[in-house]
Design a protein around this ligand. Structure first.
Ligand code: HEC
Length: 109
């Protein structure tokens, strides 16, 4: 039951995510990786720098814990049903998008 609530909650965040990017300064186009991160709703669960959720680890310093490759694997890890986390799998994303996101997060540290 609790799992269902969390899922619903994350769906709400997914729906709210585009609003965040519309609010971004249009004269200064955002990093494409950041646009993806907003569109995919990562901040529904994760804090990244100044904003985001607290359901999952803060990703601001993730680059000091994981390599870019490890971050990349995390994005698709949850197709494996043996893992218990509730992070969605982003295995349907193009490899280049996965790389954009993992490089961006890696370089934040
Ligand atoms: C529904 C909530 C949720 C969403 C949405 C989500 N994550 Fe996660 N994420 C988690 C949880 C929970 C963990 C920690 C345990 C695990 O692996 O499930 C995690 C772990 C991670 C980790 C490893 C962190 C560490 O310190 O080991 C990375 C990197 C990560 N997520 C990136 C992302 C990115 C990038 C997105 C968007 C594309 C995203 N997550 C979307 C819940 C979420």
């Amino acid at each position: 039951m609790k799992k269902n609530c969390l899922l619903l909650l994350s769906l709400c965040f997914f729906a709210a995510a585009p609003v965040v990017s519309i609010a971004a300064d249009k004269s200064n186009p955002p990093d494409p990786a950041l646009t993806l991160i907003h569109a995919l709703g990562c901040k529904g669960c994760h804090r990244i720098q100044e904003d985001g959720g607290s359901l999952a680890p803060d990703l601001t310093q993730v680059g000091s814990r994981l390599t870019a490759d490890q971050i990349n694997s995390q994005l698709t890890a949850h197709t494996d049903t043996r893992t218990k986390g509730f992070m969605p799998s982003y295995s349907s994303l193009a490899q280049e998008d996965l790389e954009l996101i993992s490089q961006y997060l890696y370089n934040l540290r």
